[in-house]
Design a protein around this ligand. Structure first.
Ligand code: AMP
Ligand code: GLY
Length: 420
């Protein structure tokens, strides 16, 4: 099998690494990839939203399956385009990707099919939104409707903060057209967990649970990032709650897509809050999570390529098995991230860190400069460790982190604290 992966972060490195272990996989291509992915795949520089160029690349290299990492190409309709070209690709068609591409669409979908989520209103008029928040006593969460690279969500504590969020989204338009509409919802209390499922449009298989750490600072302080670390499994969700999410979230979602005649073959990412009233959906993503994937895939004991191909072809086949061990992923970031940061810092100690068995050094934002590997993004490395338990995995992950050095390197020191 010949595979094309779209994306160039830690999630795509973990995917490429796991796929490279499949005996059925003959070659892996990656657009654009990074310095770590380049060691196991052919990296090609093509614009990730240039659909004709991506399809041409897949055809030229006789690719059997394309896997899309980030959301933007899905929302731009890469799946529809590849299908028209007769290519096999894993992901929802453009209209089904609105589950991630439009928070208003996702909320209306959840209401229609009875999927548990926070109560909400949506507005396209700034004045009406402002009047609404000024008359609410409870804390609100304000979300830009469209894609905002994970930044368009404001968890507010009072009217002033809510006013400011509306100002930034709807007036200053800091997320552009993504802020033409806002969802305003009740703030839920509880602990978060990510549950990902793979669907062929009919049937679905759930992956082990995981938990992301979005804020930059320890104890979940400071601004949100793309994710500073993850671990799997997340003990906050037990067997009974997972069963509830299968029945009340994934099953109605897939049935809803079918009723709307939308084809969704790919990964459904449910971001959940475990509240006193049970799990509720905070958001859906139409793809693998980053950094959840870096903590989930090392636990997979089966051939990922054949399972993903079967889903993309519309009939999940075979089975997958997961290791009992825990996995913990710590993100090493550039100093200054998620604000401005410098690139091009030489990274040392990568080989040394990867020496210990059960340590995986996934690259998030790296590039090659001659023989050197340098930083090339806000999130630089995803250091994952597997061990018998979460505590042991945490220790092992930080042992590896401490062997790596680059100027300004930053990581949270408390990844997985909720599970410990
Ligand atoms: P989202 O991109 O919608 O998942 O939102 C980003 C983050 O904002 C989530 O991971 C939560 O930490 C937080 N969040 C979103 N919606 C809510 C909500 N209704 N109540 C509390 N926190 C929320
Ligand atoms: N870990 C959050 C995301 O992938 O969107």
């Amino acid at each position: 099998m010949r595979i094309l992966i779209i994306g160039g972060g830690g999630r795509e490195h973990a995917l490429a690494w796991k796929l490279s272990q499949s005996s059925s996989v003959e070659a892996i291509f990656c657009v654009p990839g990074n310095a770590g992915i380049a060691a196991i795949a052919h990296c090609v520089k093509v614009d990730m939203e240039d659909l004709p160029a991506l399809a041409a690349l897949a055809r030229k290299n006789k690719v059997d399956l394309t896997i899309v990492g980030p959301e933007a190409p899905l929302v731009a309709g890469i799946v529809d385009y590849f299908w028209q070209e007769g290519l096999t690709i894993l992901g929802p068609e453009r209209k089904a990707a609105l589950l991630e591409g439009s928070k208003v669409w996702a909320k209306e979908f959840m209401m229609e099919y009875g999927i548990p989520t926070a109560g909400y209103e949506f507005f396209s008029n700034y004045q009406a939104a402002l009047d609404y928040v000024r008359h609410q006593e409870r804390p609100l969460v304000i979300k830009a409707d469209g894609l905002a690279a994970g930044k368009g969500v404001y968890v507010t504590n009072n009217t002033e903060e809510a006013d400011m969020a509306l100002q930034q989204i709807m007036v200053d338009k800091i997320y552009g057209d993504a802020g033409n509409r806002v969802v305003i919802e009740e703030k839920l209390q509880g602990e978060e967990v990510s549950l990902l499922a793979l669907t062929d449009g009919n049937d679905f298989w759930v992956m082990p649970s995981s938990q992301d750490h979005k804020p930059i600072g320890e104890g979940d302080s400071g601004p949100n990032t793309g994710g500073m670390g993850a671990y799997s499994p997340a003990p906050v969700i037990n067997f009974a709650k997972t069963k509830y999410v299968k029945e009340k979230v994934f099953k109605p979602l897939i049935e809803g897509m079918q009723r709307k005649s939308l084809i969704y073959r790919g990964v459904i990412y449910a971001g959940l809050m475990i509240t006193d009233d049970g799990p509720k959906v905070l958001e859906f993503n139409a793809r693998f999570g980053d950094p959840e994937t870096q903590a989930i895939l090392p636990r997979l004991n089966s051939d990922l390529a054949s399972v993903l191909l079967s889903a993309a072809k519309g009939k999940l086949k075979g089975d997958w098995h997961w290791k009992d061990e825990a996995a913990v992923c710590v993100i090493m970031a550039s100093g200054g991230y998620p604000g401005s940061y410098e690139k091009g810092k030489v990274i040392k100690g990568l080989d040394d860190a990867a020496q210990e068995a059960g340590v995986f050094v996934f690259h998030s934002g790296t590039a090659k400069e001659g023989k050197l590997i340098v930083t090339a993004g806000g999130r630089v490395l995803s250091i994952t460790a597997m061990e018998t338990g979460i505590k042991e995995a945490v220790e092992k992950a930080y042992r590896a982190v401490d062997k790596i050095d680059f100027e300004g390197a930053y990581c949270r020191r408390d990844i997985a604290y909720r599970a410990l």
